[in-house]
Design a protein around this ligand. Structure first.
Ligand SMILES: *Cc1c(COP(=O)(O)O)cnc(C)c1O
Length: 366
């Protein structure tokens, strides 16, 4: 059977491995598996959120309020924008997909950093758009500017991953704003802020403010998610903030009821438990230092991270894929970055006890 030509060279996205796989393949008890591969919250989900999910379980037969009125209202309050400036997605991933369908096609291109979140490229390929990436792996705004100016008429969307997954770096908000000021009003600039809570906690200069962003630049789309700091990866809720013209266009692509009744309740409650977020951020910052110390002591290269993960880059003597495979057999799931063309492993910062075991096992492999 012939499929759309766009799909021919499109690899299937390799997601972080699930606990179930390790249990199935190596017979390890799920309790003993350490999963630090998908940047989920190691503290789990807030107790308040778990109790609301249980409380609302009997509503599973009902579709959610498709306007997502309450959730948008709560986000509008948090970010001091209007509900009309917000769209809810099944993860912020879905909003990335909407953006591509709204704005890119076979005749246009997207621009990204050299190594960044794989979904920008994958969704761009769905619509046949071309992809420009900088030579620099990390976000180099000077290079992004040069590449943008060289292909200005072609580029319809610029994706900035702030901070960047899977490398962890984050340019200052001021630099980002300066960059956006040179971009044409008809080019959409997406700032994917999936890890911004962690960045802001470490260094306030990194924090993009969505209100300021969208009031200064009518061509920007800010993305946030409940999957990382908020501990709701399994509930699939993300959001986009932009001016109403962009939000209206994205809404045309949204299927009704695109998040579930229970996801909606969970996200709303998650916003009410800021204590849980604080605990999450503190654990992350403290434990990040443990990984940095380990890397320095063992001569492993790493990029200072503004996220909830750290990426260890190995030299030629070591094989990151082999290391990741060996750890997997011991029930430790980390993210091998081979598919990004790197001899590197991305490790989500876990709880103290988990990190201790991960580093002890890693030590044996290097
Ligand atoms: C995790 C992540 C997202 C969003 O994930 P969802 O679960 O779909 O909300 C978006 N961008 C980046 C860079 C991510 O790492």
């Amino acid at each position: 059977m012939k499929f759309n030509t766009h799909l021919q060279n499109l690899p299937i996205y390799e997601a972080g491995k699930p606990i179930e796989l390790v249990t199935r393949e190596f017979g390890i008890d799920p309790k003993d598996v350490i999963k630090l591969a998908s940047n989920e919250n190691p503290l789990g989900t807030s107790k308040k959120v778990i109790s609301i999910i249980k409380e609302k379980a009997s509503n599973a037969s009902l579709y959610p309020d498709d306007s997502f009125y309450e959730l948008k209202d709560a986000l509008a309050n948090l970010y001091e924008v209007s509900s009309k400036n917000i769209i809810i997605g099944s993860g912020s991933d879905q909003i990335i997909e909407f953006a591509l369908h709204a704005k890119a096609n076979e005749k246009s291109a997207i621009l990204t950093a050299g190594i960044t979140f794989a979904m920008y490229e994958i969704y761009a390929k769905h619509v046949g758009a071309k992809i420009y990436k900088t030579k620099s792996k990390e976000h180099n705004l000077k290079e992004l500017k040069e590449l943008y100016l060289a292909h200005k008429d072609e580029i319809s969307i610029i994706f900035l991953c702030l901070p960047n997954n899977p490398l962890g770096e984050c340019p200052d908000a001021k630099e980002v704003m300066d960059f956006i000021s040179i971009v044409s009003e008809d080019t959409l600039v997406v700032t994917d802020c999936a890890y911004i809570e962690f960045a802001k906690f470490k260094d306030s200069k990194k924090a993009i403010n969505p209100k300021e962003l969208i009031s200064k630049f009518k061509n920007t789309l800010y993305l946030g998610t409940f999957s990382k700091a908020y501990g709701l990866g399994g509930m699939r809720v993300g959001y986009g903030i932009a001016n109403t013209e962009i939000i209206t266009a994205l809404h045309k692509l949204r299927a009704p009821f695109n998040i579930t009744t229970l996801s909606l309740a969970a996200a709303l409650q998650a916003l009410n438990d800021q204590k849980f977020i604080e605990k999450t951020l503190k654990n992350n910052l403290e434990e990040m230092k443990v990984y940095e110390k380990f890397a320095k002591k063992n001569g492993i290269e790493f990029i200072p991270s503004y996220t909830n993960f750290i990426t260890f880059v190995f030299d030629k003597k070591q094989n990151a894929s082999q290391i990741a495979d060996n750890l997997l057999k011991k029930g430790i799931i980390l993210r091998n970055l081979k598919s990004y063309g790197l001899n590197a492993i991305r490790i989500t910062i876990g709880k103290k006890k988990q990190n201790k075991r991960v580093l002890a096992e890693l030590k044996k492999e290097i």
